[in-house]
Design a binder for this molecule. Structure first.
Ligand SMILES: [Zn+2]
Length: 143
């Protein structure tokens, strides 16, 4: 679902970029997406190509690059990854095991709660930052 709105934002910003740079076409676009977004790359690609149709962006090749998510504690300096964060939250909730045994990532459907419930695995502090892998951006344009 959010793949379409993210693709729409990317297409809009690229069209704006092309207009301001006076570009009539683009060969390749590299989009870096943060692991925390759990992007469905298939849907994102489909949305990107669909939304590019009939615009100066049509024909541009999309390259997707995943950026791993890392958290950093502001109290003790410890760093941990998305998988560890996921495990911490799973322990906090203990409600995530579905009848079929399918595990949903709590970070996926509870992004705001994750922010308040996650703690540093080393010192227990809640004062931490997501230092990478949190957003989606156009990382390269080949005209
Ligand atoms: Zn810490």
């Amino acid at each position: 679902m959010h793949e379409w709105s993210l693709a729409d934002a990317v297409v809009r910003s690229l069209l704006g970029f092309m207009a301001s740079e006076g570009l009539s076409s683009i060969k390749e676009v590299e989009v870096t997406w943060g692991e925390i977004l759990e992007l469905d790359t298939g849907i994102f690609e489909q949305a990107f190509y669909e939304l590019s149709k009939g615009t100066p962006l049509e024909g541009a090749k999309l390259v997707l690059k995943e950026e791993k998510a890392y958290f950093k504690c502001n109290s003790c300096g410890a760093e941990w990854d998305f998988k560890t964060a996921d495990e911490i939250l799973s322990r906090e909730f203990e409600i995530l095991e579905e009848p079929a045994g399918v595990k949903e990532s709590p970070l996926h459907f509870l992004p705001d709660l994750a922010r308040t419930l996650l703690r540093c695995p080393k010192c227990g502090s809640r004062d931490f930052d997501l230092i990478s892998g949190k957003d989606l951006r156009v990382s390269k344009v080949v005209a």
